[in-house]
Write a protein that binds this ligand. Structure first.
Ligand SMILES: [Zn+2]
Length: 377
């Protein structure tokens, strides 16, 4: 027999380890207490390993590896290995076992391609304001929910604007629930300014996906779904009920969707303790959490002063008075922006301020002063 080369052998091992079931870390969130979840995790892991005969494949693969590596096995058998060869074999076996005991193996290539296709499918639904295709997005979410055996509810607080709520019931109905919220609508796009169709979900050779709305925030909605899929596949059962809400109109204020939900009895009955919602897009595996991130504060500054006439110079004009306020806010804005530019803080970690509207030249009722309104966000 010709000796088997190492690279195909390693790829076989990689395939074997990738095919292992995806399991949660010993204590995901705070669904269960540490000791019992830890024991449950390892028992279920070992059972699944045996079920899939992963260890058998591991051992047989390494036996082949040993044979090819030592060469002399073919002719003389085990006892003729040199001490050096024995050390190499043991190191290989030990490192392989370590890789098998990694508690969070990544999804297989097949699983990854399925995840990406589901994400693309969602991106291809044109849910851009002002006329999102809610019918298609609702159907899509419901079909995913069905594949995950989640309870579903579609509510139209305002006709034509469906809000989808999915539920994974917890084992302890007395505990408050967790809500994972995302919005289905996206902002508009101008086709002529795009390299690829904004609803084509094209993937380039580097793996970049081009579409309107992947970051804001269809990727988050899909991450919730995929997280549920992985947890369910591992046999995980949450103690708290888990809700997923897909709201229709965040990009135009959320008045007909989340706002109505928050005021409803439906929401009261959900007994929600914590909500995760939109945040900053993340280029890596980390998901940063903020509380009260970018709470809006609309500030209106009203400046009054003496009205002018032609090119006449005069003191105490409305614009002069206004500039004092604008300048102090401008300086504050620059100081915050400097922190972002220097890389010391992210955009979500500073106070953002922008001048949104300026209305000038409004005569007062007595026509004795000029009013200038500036609105900041
Ligand atoms: Zn958003």
């Amino acid at each position: 027999k010709p000796p088997i080369s190492i690279p195909p052998l390693l790829s076989r091992l990689a395939t074997a380890s990738a095919n292992l079931p995806v399991l949660p870390s010993p204590d995901p969130l705070c669904f269960s207490s540490v000791p019992s979840s830890f024991i449950r995790f390892w028992v279920s892991r070992l059972l699944q390993l045996y079920k899939r005969k992963a260890f058998c494949l591991l051992i047989s693969s390494f036996r082949t590896s040993v044979l090819s590596l030592c060469g002399i096995y073919h002719r003389y058998g085990d006892s003729h290995c040199s001490p050096c060869q024995r050390v190499i074999v043991h190191l290989l076996l030990f490192s392989s076992l370590l890789s098998f005991t990694n508690p969070t193996p990544s999804p297989t290539q097949y699983e990854q391609s399925q995840i990406i296709s589901r994400f693309q499918e969602y991106l291809r639904i044109n849910t851009s304001q002002p006329s999102p295709n809610y019918k298609k997005s609702t159907q899509f979410i419901l079909s995913l929910a069905e594949s995950l055996s989640l309870e579903t509810q579609v509510i139209e607080f305002v006709q034509g604007k469906p809000l989808v709520i999915l539920k994974w019931p917890g084992s302890d109905l007395f505990l408050p629930s967790i809500l994972l919220n995302s919005h289905t609508d996206v902002v508009p796009s101008e086709r002529s300014k795009w390299d690829y169709h904004p609803f084509g979900a094209h993937i380039d050779e580097n793996g970049n996906i081009f579409a309107r709305g992947p970051q804001d925030m269809k990727c988050v909605g899909m991450q919730y779904m995929e997280a549920v899929r992985r947890l369910k596949a591992s046999g995980f059962q949450p103690k708290r009920s888990l809700y997923l809400s897909f709201v229709p109109d965040e990009e135009i204020g959320g008045h007909d969707g989340l706002e109505k939900l928050a005021q409803s009895d439906v929401f009261k009955n959900m007994n929600v303790d914590i909500v995760l919602d939109e945040g900053l897009a993340s280029p890596n595996e980390n998901y940063r959490l903020f509380y009260g991130e970018r709470m809006p504060w609309w500030l209106v500054i009203k400046a009054t002063g003496a009205p002018g006439h032609g090119a006449k110079l005069y003191d105490n004009s409305a614009i002069e008075n206004l500039f004092k306020s604008i300048e102090s806010i401008r300086r504050f804005r620059a100081s915050q922006f400097d922190l972002v530019k220097a890389g010391l803080k992210g955009e979500g970690e500073v106070i953002l301020v922008n001048m949104a509207f300026l209305k000038a030249g409004m005569p007062s009722p007595t026509e004795q002063s000029i009013t200038i309104l500036v609105t900041w966000l």
